[in-house]
Design a protein around this ligand. Structure first.
Ligand code: AMP
Ligand code: ZN
Length: 137
């Protein structure tokens, strides 16, 4: 646990939360500032600041857990879909620097939550990006 990390305290039960699911490694809670009804957060109990720091074995459990919760929430809340959102870094909108994945139920006719205007690119730019990223893999 990291001192002064709110999600460490919530995940480990030091601060109470509306818990949808808990096991040895994770707690899934309802978000306090929900984007939609049922907005939930998957929190590992260990502290990792973001996806780049996340242990691979823990990472491997996140998507099955999102599937389990998303499936249950779809049935329980009658949502018409859901978004998985996972922000890394303040520039990406991460405000709590303890890895978490959002599960955001979506309801037909509801507001746009995760959306962007398609931008423009070129063959040259894509080639540069491919070369730069592949060199770091
Ligand atoms: P992010 O912007 O990806 O870092 O998301 C942080 C999320 O944590 C936001 O959706 C907040 O509403 C939520 N949040 C912050 N503090 C708490 C808390 N004490 N309990 C539940 N959710 C929280
Ligand atoms: Zn933490």
């Amino acid at each position: 646990m990291k001192k002064d990390c709110i999600f460490c305290k919530i995940a480990n039960g030091e601060i109470s939360s509306a818990t949808l699911y808990e096991d040895d490694e994770f707690r899934v809670i309802l978000d306090m500032g929900p984007a939609s009804r049922g907005h939930a957060l998957i929190l590992p109990k260990e502290h990792y600041s973001d996806l780049c720091q996340l242990d691979e074995a823990v990472a491997a459990r996140v998507l099955p857990l999102a599937k389990k919760l998303g499936t249950a929430m779809t049935k329980a809340l009658n949502c018409d879909g859901f978004n998985l959102v996972q922000n890394n870094g303040e520039a990406a909108g991460q405000t709590v620097l303890h890895f978490h994945m959002h599960i955001i139920p979506r309801y037909a006719g509801g507001p746009k939550i995760v959306a962007w205007e398609p931008g423009k690119t070129s063959d040259e730019e894509r080639a540069q990006i491919v070369e730069a990223v592949r060199a770091e893999l």
